[in-house]
Structures are given as structure tokens and as C-alpha cells.
Write a protein that binds this ligand. Structure first.
Ligand code: G1P
Length: 307
């Protein structure tokens, strides 16, 4: 694959995790199906991909996670009932998923790590650049981040990751990067100072090996050359096959072979919905902004908190 700019058609959403940070509910409910206000968090993820112009989303799942795919099916029986009952608003809700990207799924039969999960998408994606959206990272609705990252890929080729400013302590829970600021190419809608070339990256480093204040969070636009890197990887941090170790190899790969690694710094809200506190924060903030629920919910909270 060369670094010829081309649009991104596919998104891959790894959803085979066990959700151990969110037990006990995740014993029987996939964490991606937990509601944020009135819809599962996975719908926000698919919507974000769709908004960025992506038309095809592949979930990487495992046993017990069928509810994710079921959610995106039509419900003709329910629709007919609602239609008969004249429940127009409810009908509209049931049909919302129709405007979204087409979804598919593939299984990760062995839980060998995020890099292994993404590798399961190779056959579906083929020789095209593709996005990866980690469903624990919820970007605020209407986020421009993924579109910006696709623009960077189109202008520069190579692979692009999202970067978040974190403390050194926080960086130990992420992939930590060494970066240098680069000029924003024409046609790329990123603020000056927020586009980086990544010169080094390490997965979950000990605190004395943190590279900078910039950590990778769960949005990626990857060259298919990353699949070749993943195919030959052994276990990394935590004994798992790490996605980070795959795209890290792009730093030293020739641009003509799909190499180059860039970062776009997030300047929007992002919630870690795989964590109980992050999940509650997402629900409270998005409920406050909901046109129907927001005003009443605000009064409720103000009364509760004695304001
Ligand atoms: C994963 C990635 C890590 C990244 C993080 C972002 O880690 O392995 O590189 O920084 O997502 O949320 P996880 O949170 O799955 O342990």
C-alpha cells in the first residue's frame, strides 16, 4: 500500500472485551450496550463514524455479545405495532439506526489483546486505510476529531492517532508518545500546534518511562500496513498482542510502504465510559444537554445539591 491519499470507508470497533472495570453488570450485559441517557453507548460510536463519512462498521465481538449486532437490526413487528398505535415519536426512535453506517461483525475467538482483535478485521477491510474506534472512549456528539484525522491521513498518508494531554501518572494507563509539532497542511482543519509527528510510542510505560504529556486515546486512522505488523507481533505489555506495538512500527516504515505516524490533539470532551465514574459523568453531562430532559434534570440536580 502506498501513501496515496484515499478516503476511509471502514471503521473497526473492537467490542470483545470482558468489561471487568464495570462488573457486575457486564456479567450478562455487554458494556457497549449500557445506556448513555436513552441509547447504548455503541450507537454514539457508530454515529460518530457515520458523521465522519464512514459507511461500513465492523464490530469485533465474542460469545455473549450478540446484543450489539441485534440492536442495529430492523424490528418490523415492533414498527408495525407502533404504527398501528399511532406512536409516531416511538417509531422514529426505533428507526434511528437506519441512517447509520452498515454494520458487520467478526469474532475474536481467543482473547489475546487489542492488536489481535484489530487483526481479525484484515480480511474485511482489505488494502484500505481504516478507522479504529475504541468504544470505551466516548467523544462528545458532533465531535470533529475523526474527520480531522481522516483529513490528516489524506494530506500526509501514513497512520494517525488521537492524542490527549495527561499527567505523567495518567500516562501509565495509556500509550505514551514522544512528539514534535508539525505544520498543518493546506485543507486540514486542525489548529496550529495540535498536529504532531510521533517519534516514539510505548504502551503503558512505568512512570519513569513516560515520553511526554501526550497519550493516545481510542481513535485511530491506520494504514493497512499495520495489519502486516500485527500479524507478526508477539505479546507485549500485560502479555497481550498490543495495537500500539503494531502502529509503532509505522514510525520507521518507509512512507511508500504506508509508513509515517501522526497525532491530532483532542480539544473536545471525551468520556471514559468503561469506567464507572466516566460513565456517570457522560450520562449527567449529556442528559443536561438533552433538549427534552435537560431542563427538568437540571432543576432536579440543583434541588438535590441544594443550589
Ligand atoms: C487501550 C490501548 C492504549 C490506549 C487506550 C486509550 O488501552 O491499548 O494504547 O492509550 O486504549 O483509551 P486499554 O484502555 O484498553 O487498556
Amino acid at each position: 500500500m502506498t501513501n496515496t491519499p484515499c478516503p476511509v470507508i471502514h471503521a473497526v470497533v473492537p467490542a470483545a472485551g470482558r468489561g471487568t472495570r464495570f462488573l457486575p453488570i457486564t456479567k450478562s450485559v455487554p458494556k457497549e450496550m449500557l445506556p448513555i441517557v436513552d441509547r447504548p453507548s455503541i450507537e454514539y460510536i457508530v454515529r460518530e463514524a457515520t458523521d465522519a463519512g464512514i459507511s461500513d462498521v465492523l464490530f469485533v465481538t465474542r460469545a455473549g455479545k450478540n446484543a450489539i449486532e441485534d440492536y442495529f437490526d430492523d424490528e418490523p413487528g415492533l414498527e408495525a405495532d407502533l404504527e398501528r398505535a399511532g406512536k409516531a415519536q416511538a417509531l422514529e426512535q426505533v428507526r434511528l439506526h437506519r441512517g447509520l453506517a452498515r454494520v458487520h461483525s467478526v469474532r475474536q475467538g481467543h482473547p489475546l489483546g487489542l492488536g489481535h482483535a484489530i487483526f481479525q478485521a484484515k480480511q474485511h477491510v482489505g488494502d484500505h486505510p481504516f478507522a479504529v474506534l475504541l468504544p470505551d472512549d466516548l467523544m462528545e456528539p458532533g465531535s470533529r476529531l475523526l474527520s480531522q484525522m481522516i483529513q490528516v491521513r489524506q494530506a500526509l498518508g501514513g497512520s494517525v492517532v488521537a492524542l490527549l494531554k495527561v499527567t505523567a501518572q495518567q500516562a501509565t494507563a495509556y500509550a505514551s508518545t514522544a512528539v514534535e509539532v508539525i505544520d498543518v497542511p493546506h485543507g486540514v482543519d486542525v489548529e496550529p500546534g495540535k498536529l504532531m509527528r510521533i517519534t516514539d510510542v510505548v504502551e503503558k510505560p512505568p512512570i519513569d518511562q513516560v515520553k511526554s504529556e501526550y497519550a493516545v486515546v481510542g481513535r485511530y486512522v491506520l494504514d493497512p500496513a499495520v495489519f502486516d505488523a500485527l500479524e507478526n507481533l508477539g505479546p507485549g505489555a500485560g502479555g497481550e498482542i498490543q495495537l500500539t506495538d503494531g502502529y509503532a512500527q509505522m514510525i520507521d516504515t518507509d512512507p511508500a510502504q504506508g509508513g509515517g505516524l501522526y497525532g491530532v490533539v483532542i480539544d473536545e470532551r471525551r468520556f471514559d465510559t468503561g469506567d464507572k465514574l466516566g460513565y456517570l459523568a457522560a450520562n449527567v453531562e449529556l442528559a443536561l444537554e438533552d433538549p427534552t430532559l435537560g431542563p427538568t434534570f437540571r432543576s432536579f440536580l440543583e434541588e438535590k445539591l441544594g443550589k
